[in-house]
Design a protein around this ligand. Structure first.
Ligand code: NAD
Length: 468
């Protein structure tokens, strides 16, 4: 299988080099991370902004904040903590093992594969790479084919900063990922859709390769009867339409208490108009849908919702040539409509009302486990009730998406929205094997327990079970 694979030679070179890279000191790894930081922060900053703009007209400020800042922060966190992270961790010695000592050695997984999506192409390629480098791995990267300008500039950065036998980036279509997935990597870090996540996990199972899967899904947002609606819309509008709604942790749909619906709609429209003007096509703060296929999918959501009697509460217009879709809010949607069944991944917010918080929990739990769940509320009782009776990768209370930018928190999903965690120490852990090491110094109690198994040895075992 590997012999026929056009990437096997590259893989073999990295495999041969893995112990050189794995045995680098934390100081050597920090040097590499700083080199990457310099490339992103200075040398290639303009090229990155231009490339992402060429791919989907992402505003420069959004690129700086959600791509560059987040990777640079990931590097800073790794640089400040790498000494601690890489040190052997001593663990307690039980009485039965007297005369020994034990520790955990964080060793690199080895040769890793990172497959990244298009929606935050720089962040979601380089952030996991930072964790992989911090842990001492070699890496092959396959970025998305949907953002070719960005992939090209990332390939340049990688070849400028690293040698191919340590880190290599291969551009190309889905087939490239499929070829790479046949190789016996030691770890695969995949960010993308749950559908492709399943393909990745199946391929990984052939080699028993460990996986981190950062997936997506429908992230609910709840506004209860106690919420401050005016405050809520401030970051809710931003969080929904950031990156043109093409964000894995964007609020996918809103559940609003029926007593707050009118107030919410008024405040939300006012805020959206303030952020993007009443002609968002001309706004410099609002991007575009990544390609024709996704544009058509999103437009079909709007037109079919209208046809089936839903109410367009805000927006709803689009421009095919520019792949532009207005910030849109839709209510009165049939439950079986795609807007309430599929991950939207665009600037459309479906809303539903509810009467009692129980309905929220039942509704959320009727769907796959989300990557994020947001709740706006001034009632601790409601917040705790929702958190304790649902499951999600992460949650923000009275804000949107900010849990992602605290690198002290693990980032990742739960089942359908992902397996494994990333960011800071959690990313370092996912790219490391926790090797258990025990060293014997002197004769300990267990030394008497070798065969032949006599009665007095049986008594010692009985005592050990009872007392230690
Ligand atoms: P995608 O799953 O279509 O593609 C992701 C990557 O997988 C790309 O590099 C692509 O080339 C590759 N790929 C596609 N089909 C493949 C196949 N059959 N075999 C092997 N590789 C294949 O995802 P996308 O459209 O790029 O991104 C959108 C999805 O990613 C959404 O579901 C979103 O929620 C999710 N996402 C999750 C996170 C997170 O951190 N959890 C972040 C961003 C996006």
């Amino acid at each position: 299988m590997i012999e026929n694979n056009k990437f096997s030679e590259l893989f073999e070179r990295q495999k041969a080099n893995q112990f050189n890279i794995g045995n680098t000191t934390y100081k050597e790894r920090i040097k590499k991370l700083k080199k990457l930081k310099k490339a992103l922060e200075y040398t290639y900053k303009k090229d990155i902004r231009d490339a992402i703009f060429a791919d989907f007209k992402k505003p420069f400020l959004e690129t700086d904040l959600t791509e560059l800042y987040l990777v640079i922060k990931e590097i800073k966190v790794a640089v400040s903590n790498l000494k601690n992270w890489t040190e052997n961790q001593k663990v307690e010695t039980p009485l039965t093992l007297l005369g020994t000592s034990s520790w955990i050695k964080y060793e690199p997984k080895g040769v890793c594969l990172i497959i990244s999506p298009w929606n935050y192409p720089v962040n979601l390629t380089f952030s996991p790479l930072v964790s992989a480098i911090a842990a001492g791995n070699t890496v092959i990267i396959k970025p998305s084919e949907l953002t070719p300008n960005t992939s090209k500039i990332m390939a340049k950065i990688v070849s400028d900063v690293f040698t191919e036998d340590e880190i290599a980036l291969v551009e190309g279509e889905v087939e490239v990922a499929q070829e790479l997935l046949k190789l016996p990597f030691n770890h695969i870090f995949f960010t993308g859709s749950p559908t492709v996540g399943k393909i990745v996990m199946e391929a990984a199972s052939k080699n028993l390769t460990s996986v981190t899967l950062e997936l997506g899904g429908k992230s609910p947002t709840i506004i209860d009867e106690t919420a401050n609606v005016n405050k809520a819309v401030k970051n809710l509008v931003w969080g929904k339409y950031l990156n043109t709604g093409q964000t894995c942790i964007a609020p996918d749909y809103l559940l609003v208490h029926e007593s707050k619906k009118d107030e919410f709609l008024k405040a939300f429209k006012r805020k959206a108009e303030y952020y993007y003007s009443n002609d968002s096509l001309k706004s410099d703060s609002f991007g575009r849908v990544v390609n024709e296929k996704h544009f058509n999918r999103l437009v079909s959501y709007i037109t079919s919702a209208k046809e089936s009697g839903a109410t367009i509460e805000m927006g709803g217009d689009y421009n095919q040539e520019d792949k532009f879709i207005e910030p849109t809010v839709i209510s009165n949607i049939n439950e079986d409509h795609a807007l309430l069944q599929e991950e939207i991944f665009g600037p459309i917010l479906p809303i539903k009302t509810y009467k009692h918080i129980d309905e929220v929990v039942t509704y959320v739990n009727s769907k796959e486990r989300p990557l994020a769940l947001y709740i706006y509320s001034n009632s601790n009782k409601n917040v705790n009730y929702v958190i304790n009776n649902t499951r999600a990768g992460g949650t923000c209370i009275n804000t949107i998406a900010l849990h992602l930018s605290n690198h002290g928190l693990p980032f990742g999903g739960s089942n359908n929205s992902g397996i494994g965690k990333t960011h800071g120490y959690f990313g370092f852990q996912d790219f490391s094997n926790q090797r258990a090491v025990l060293k014997k110094y002197t004769i300990g109690p267990l030394n008497f327990l070798f065969p032949p198994y006599t009665n007095w040895k049986q008594k010692i075992v009985d005592l050990a079970i009872k007392w230690f």
